[in-house]
Design a binder for this molecule. Structure first.
Ligand code: FHN
Length: 614
């Protein structure tokens, strides 16, 4: 065996192992992780009174902490790359050995108050922690299981109680993550990793549910004071009667508590998008959140040094708030309860920005524009608009299309220094000036004061002549082709998402974007696409008014995600510069792509980028 295992070898081994057990072979087809999310349309979204605080607070801490944290990505001296809390699955750890490992769990460096204070310093208003993850181990005292921190580890500390007390003392909201479907160490639990008992049928899930889930969720709802969120996960395949029962428990014991959509069955108070999904366009759900990681893995993994910078964290928070959502950022303590230094530093540093720019985050309503900009994004509150500048534009100028209302003043939020602007007809120009010679916050924010709330009626992508613009697949009108969502993992458990136009039926097919040209002129056009072998050599025409350009597309090859997920392989995305296109006139126009000589089903077109060409 190699020293290091990739998820590919591990998954392949697990699948064949599962198939070697008759019970698994017939009844338990392996599901993709995204199939397990159980995303469904909610009927109850927007009705729970608790959604007011949820939407206002915007920012929460997620914590993945369990036995897997003590392993830190290593089993018997071997490193398993991927999300750490899945190590039992990746390393095929036998159930007995996994359970016995609990004796090594010693949270002697866990200080609940310190953790809550860190969340506060980061600007977070709620903590949601894994009370029980898929491994089945309870981080709390439970009467119905021996596989708990209080009974199976030497420490015997009820860690959830310690956290609940610290949250109460510090005025922090508390939520519990509970894996209601998957339980890898329970013989009747979802995706049990051992051999099912003689005579097992899938209906026996009911035994696990009634004897473990119902009592444990009840314990969490009754023994730890007020709970703000019960965060369920991976319901995929679970009958909706179980989701209904869980909802009933929450309503009975803690009616103020919110429940996320991963309870399954179409229940829940708000939608949790797919992991790590920062949506480029405002999602359809009324109330939603994105859950994200500080590095790659949710739980601690010794090798994972891919820490998001403080600025990246703030940008992702702003992007989510700008699209009207809430952001929950995860940290993974080590088994001893201490946090990796980078996680602490990054949260403290990003927290300084969040605290000093709270006015532009908390209680905001998102951007009046459905999509963000390459230079940054917007949030709004009442008559005020906040321009979050991620990338200082080359000549210090920003240009925005019609806000529908007069701007009365503009200033930097951090020091109230006035910012120059002109509002001529329908175009607003904001003059940030030079970036040089001043001490800027991580993300400078311009506060625009308006006479009334902005009334944006035009959502066409703005081509401003100053900064690059991206035309996304999801914004296109389509004829003879389709838009699809695609999710893939770049590493095991690390999700990416995009939308792409595909299945071009004939040379009459076309994808058309409305664009709002604020500055006519020359633009460098590039596209991002994937292309399978049979479509290689297709020719395409891109047209805007009387101007057009022609290009050919080549095979883009496969990415490695087929190693981690069941299902067909995914083509890699290519980014290619096509050349310079003249857009001779300002105002509302259309840009369209059509096949000129179609091979196979053509490309998967992700986006078109227009960059001012000077
Ligand atoms: O399988 C889990 C994973 O371990 C992690 O807890 C994430 C967090 O959203 N949820 C599931 C996968 O989506």
């Amino acid at each position: 065996m190699n020293k290091y295992h990739t998820p590919f070898t591990v998954c392949a081994a697990v699948v064949s192992l599962l198939l070697s057990f008759p019970a698994f072979a017939s009844a338990e087809k392996e599901k993709g992780m995204d199939e397990m999310w159980g995303e469904e349309k909610l009927s109850t979204t927007g009705q729970h009174p608790g959604l007011k605080w949820f939407e206002d607070d915007k920012y929460a801490m997620f914590i993945h902490w369990g036995l897997y944290s003590e392993m830190g990505g290593v089993w018997k001296g071997e490193t398993y790359y991927g999300i750490g809390e899945w190590i039992m699955h990746m390393a095929e750890i036998p159930v007995d050995e996994y359970k016995a490992y609990a004796k090594n769990f010693n949270p002697d460096k866990f200080d609940a108050t310190e953790l809550v204070k860190l969340a506060k310093a980061a600007g977070m208003k709620t903590i949601v922690i894994t009370a029980k993850h898929h491994e089945g181990f309870a981080m709390f005292d439970s009467e119905v299981s021996d596989f708990t921190v209080t009974k199976a580890t030497p420490s015997k500390r009820d860690l959830m109680k310690e956290l609940a007390d610290a949250c109460e003392a510090e005025g922090m909201r508390l939520g519990f993550y509970y894996s209601q479907n998957q339980d890898w160490t329970e013989p009747y639990g979802g995706n049990y990793k051992g051999r099912r008992p003689q005579g097992y049928t899938p209906a026996d899930f009911n035994i696990y549910f009634q004897e473990k889930v119902v009592p444990q969720v009840t314990e969490l709802l009754t023994n730890y004071g007020p709970i703000s969120i019960i965060w369920f996960d991976t319901p995929g395949g679970m009958d909706r009667k179980y989701s209904a029962k869980l909802m009933e428990l929450v309503q009975k014991y803690q009616p103020d508590c919110l429940v996320n959509s991963r309870i399954g069955g179409g229940y829940g108070d708000y939608v949790s998008l797919g992991d790590m999904h920062i949506p480029a366009i405002r999602p359809k759900a009324d109330v939603w959140e994105t859950v994200d990681t500080t590095n790659n893995s949710w739980s601690y993994a010794w090798y994972d040094q891919n820490w998001k910078s403080p600025k990246t964290i703030c940008e992702r928070l702003v992007r989510v708030a700008a699209r009207g959502g809430s952001y929950m950022l995860n940290v993974g303590p080590k088994g001893d309860g201490s946090l990796p230094e980078n996680a602490v530093e990054t949260l403290e540093k990003s927290g300084e920005w969040v605290q000093s720019h709270g006015e532009a985050i908390y209680g905001t309503s998102g951007s009046p524009f459905d999509q963000g900009f390459s230079w940054g994004d917007l949030t709004s509150k009442g008559n005020d608009l906040y321009l979050h500048v991620f990338d200082w534009p080359a000549d210090g100028q920003l240009r925005l299309a019609d806000l529908g209302v007069k701007v009365t003043a503009a200033e930097f939020l951090h020091d109230s220094a006035a910012v120059g602007f002109t509002q001529d007809g329908s175009i607003l120009e904001v003059n940030l000036g030079s970036q040089v010679g001043r001490d800027w916050p991580l993300i400078p924010v311009v506060k625009l004061k308006l006479y009334a709330p902005a009334q944006v009626t035009e959502q066409a992508t703005q081509i401003d002549g100053l900064t690059p613009a991206t035309l996304l697949a999801k914004m296109a009108s389509l004829k003879g082709c389709k838009v699809r969502e695609r999710r893939w993992m770049e590493k095991f458990g690390e999700w990416k998402h995009d939308y792409f136009v595909q299945d071009w039926k004939s040379e009459n097919a076309k994808a058309t974007w409305d664009i709002n040209v604020l500055d006519a002129g020359e633009y460098l056009v590039s596209i991002e696409y994937s292309c399978e072998n049979e479509a290689a050599g297709s020719e395409w025409t891109l047209t805007c008014g009387d101007e057009s350009m022609t290009f050919v597309t080549y095979e883009s090859g496969f990415d490695p995600s087929k190693s981690f997920q069941p299902g067909p392989p995914r083509e890699r995305n290519f980014k290619v510069d096509l050349g310079v296109l003249e857009i001779p006139e300002g105002g509302l126009q259309q840009l369209e792509i059509t096949p000129r000589n179609l091979k196979g089903k053509g490309i998967g077109l992700v986006s078109i980028r227009l960059e001012p060409y000077r």
